[in-house]
Design a protein around this ligand. Structure first.
Ligand SMILES: [Zn+2]
Length: 309
């Protein structure tokens, strides 16, 4: 096998698409659902095109991912909380790039963005200069819909290629005073001509957008301003600190690939749904039962790779 990092003909090793160390944080998520292929895997999703030398070289990314996600996103946040995130910008870029690259290869998709420079960047722990043609945005995911998480299964860890960043609101008011509205069937998507690859990630209560642009073509600083003004996400940067806004609304919480504009009335509907459901005892009881079931699942499906990276 030709290793995709060093290019040498070597024996393959098991590279986890999402770090085993991160999967260890969520033992209740013991199944992986591949929506594109329509397959459910009980084993951890892995790809076998990385040699063991390169695999151990990139293990530093897995350790960071585990510490970072473990520190911030194991807990749920309430809708009025804006946690302060402290992060290593370069390492976070590498985490998301590595996951996206793994996922693209596993699905035999276009990996042309990952040229030698990007592959070396991922491989080289000592390289601490972030890529300037990459934007990362982060927000907090809070369920304010009437549909509890468990209705959709255990979707705490998700990644999706080419999320839709809408350029129009999903909700269109017909009469604001009468509170009558309709949903736009196909809201326009934001056009970013120099965007080569993009991904959305959910790590339980944290949501991230990875936007990768052509080198030198886009005015990236301008792009960051437009994105931060338009979407309820913080644009991360080398300061290593950001206050995370609530990025999910009533309409897109259960749909990671749909990114609403900040001013979408969907957020107002979320507030109403939140108020309608916060004292719903039946729902709270059901949630408690689900929490118990999750604990049982953890007992029944112990992680095989505990403490691995
Ligand atoms: Zn290699």
């Amino acid at each position: 096998m030709k290793c995709i990092y060093c290019g040498q003909d070597k024996k393959p090793s098991r590279e986890h698409i999402i770090s085993a160390a991160v999967l260890d944080l969520f033992p209740e998520c013991y199944l992986s659902i591949d929506m594109t292929k329509g397959i459910v895997h009980e084993a951890d999703p892995v790809i076998k095109d990385v040699c063991s030398d390169c695999n151990s070289k990139i293990a530093y990314i897995d350790s960071y991912a585990k510490d970072f996600i473990g520190a911030y996103f194991l807990k749920k946040y309430s809708y009025d909380e804006n946690p302060i995130l402290r992060y290593d910008y370069t390492l976070l870029q590498k985490v998301l790039l590595k996951y996206a690259y793994n996922d693209l290869r596993a699905h035999r998709r276009d990996v042309s963005f990952f040229d030698q420079e990007i592959r070396n960047y991922i491989l080289d722990e000592a390289n601490c200069v972030p890529m300037s043609n990459i934007i990362i945005m982060a927000g907090v995911a809070v369920n304010r819909t009437p549909a509890p998480d468990f209705l959709y299964g255990n979707l705490k860890l998700q990644m999706i290629e080419s999320p839709m960043l809408f350029d129009e609101t999903m909700v269109d008011f017909i009469d604001y005073n009468e509170w009558s509205f309709k949903l736009r069937e196909y809201p326009k998507r934001l056009e970013m001509p120099d965007l080569l690859m993009s991904y959305a990630f959910r790590f339980n209560s944290g949501q991230f957008l990875l936007l990768c642009f052509e080198k030198l073509k886009t005015d990236i600083e301008q792009e960051k301003i437009v994105l931060e003004c338009s979407y309820p996400y913080a644009v991360l940067n080398e300061t290593g600190e950001a206050e995370l806004p609530l990025c999910t609304s009533y309409l897109n919480y259960h749909h990671l690939g749909m990114v609403c504009l900040k001013w979408d009335p969907a957020f107002e509907l979320s507030y109403m749904a939140q108020r309608a459901n916060e004292n719903n005892e039946a729902l709270q009881e059901l949630q408690q039962k689900i929490d118990q079931i999750e604990k049982q699942i953890v007992k029944e499906h112990p992680r095989k790779y505990v403490n691995s990276s």
